[in-house]
Design a protein around this ligand. Structure first.
Ligand SMILES: Nc1ncnc2c1ncn2[C@@H]1O[C@H](COP(=O)(O)OP(=O)(O)O)[C@@H](O)[C@H]1O
Ligand SMILES: [Mg+2]
Length: 207
């Protein structure tokens, strides 16, 4: 039976986001892709749902993410608590520079904790971070995976750097520097950041 209280609040490339306002829950549902053969499509959505839920549950032990992650492989859904905050992409620039730096510091610590446990987020943009009660929560582990390679960690950070440059260009250098300072306490700190330089050079020569 359809739940009357469900309201679609977002439509992404592969999932829709429903809000259950009665239970204060978010349901991320991977939707059918008609261009794929149905049986293959089901398998892909099932696999991605499973993978994201697994990543979220592991990350939950390390950094702030929505609580009460539950998945249904049959329905291709992940249910989690609704974060009643704002997307960091829309909020960050409105804070004082001091506050913005504090936030980047917090993000640096969280990502270093994640990387130290061999978890790669895969899509570290400020649209996948929600600011709630002074804390940065991470969402959208759909592209996440396990790795302890410097390269994978560096690329993860590169995505964040590019997101800052594109979306928060006014202070992006100061902000990224703040991130790096906090990240530097991580296990492979200098090696990952050194690797980042290589990743960047490669990016530049690509065009
Ligand atoms: N737990 C949550 N609480 C509040 N908003 C959320 C939550 N999960 C997702 N959203 C909202 O839905 C959007 C899309 O979710 P996300 O997991 O990033 O899906 P996509 O893979 O489509 O980017 C987010 O940017 C955010 O605005
Ligand atoms: Mg997203």
């Amino acid at each position: 039976m359809a739940n009357q209280k469900l309201k679609q609040i977002q439509q992404g490339a592969e999932a829709i986001i429903l809000l259950d306002s009665e239970k204060d829950k978010i349901i991320k549902k991977r939707i059918k892709k008609s261009y794929r053969i149905s049986s293959l499509d089901k398998r892909i959505r099932k696999r991605r749902t499973k993978r994201e839920a697994k990543m979220l549950k592991k990350a939950a032990k390390l950094i702030p993410i929505p609580e009460n992650i539950e998945e249904s492989e049959r329905k291709k859904t992940i249910t989690m608590d609704f974060l009643n905050g704002s997307k960091l992409s829309e909020k960050l620039d409105n804070f004082s520079l001091k506050k913005q730096k504090e936030i980047m510091n917090e993000i640096g610590k969280s990502i270093s904790r994640l990387h130290n446990s061999g978890l790669i987020h895969g899509d570290l943009t400020t649209s996948n971070m929600i600011f709630q009660n002074g804390e940065v929560f991470f969402i959208d582990f759909g592209l996440g995976f396990h790795s302890n390679r410097f390269e994978d960690k560096a690329v993860d950070i590169h995505v964040l750097k590019e997101a800052l440059e594109a979306k928060h260009f006014k202070n992006w250098k100061v902000l990224f520097n703040e991130f790096e300072k906090a990240y530097e306490n991580s296990k492979h700190d200098s090696k990952v950041l050194k690797r980042l330089k290589k990743v960047e050079k490669r990016g530049r020569y690509k065009h």
